[in-house]
Design a protein. Structure first.
Length: 99
């Protein structure tokens, strides 16, 4: 059976902490995060798209971290869930999601 997914969006002007809170709330409402991508074709604002799998959210909260220069940070005790383009404070940045 194919996975069912839900899509949520955040506007481009938010910082990483409020974006992380939005994603964590999305996980508690619709399920675990699967992917992050930028959406630049929705006028008048650029958006970041978060795709969630509709299932019970895992117990450990998601954490988002910037990847300066494309380098994926190492977070002790955490595993990379996905990596994608995300608008953080109105700039397109590479972000890694960890659980």
């Amino acid at each position: 059976m194919p996975n069912l997914t839900a899509v949520r969006f955040s506007e481009d002007h938010l910082g990483l902490d409020p974006i992380t809170t939005t994603v964590q709330q999305g996980e508690s409402l619709v399920g675990p995060l699967l992917a992050i991508s930028s959406c630049e074709s929705f006028p008048p604002k650029r958006l970041t798209c978060f795709t969630h799998e509709q299932a019970n959210a895992p117990g450990q909260a998601i954490e988002l971290h910037l990847c300066p220069g494309g380098a994926i940070p190492t977070i002790p005790g955490k595993t990379v869930v996905c990596i994608g383009n995300c608008f953080v404070e109105a700039k397109l940045r590479i972000v890694a999601a960890f659980r």
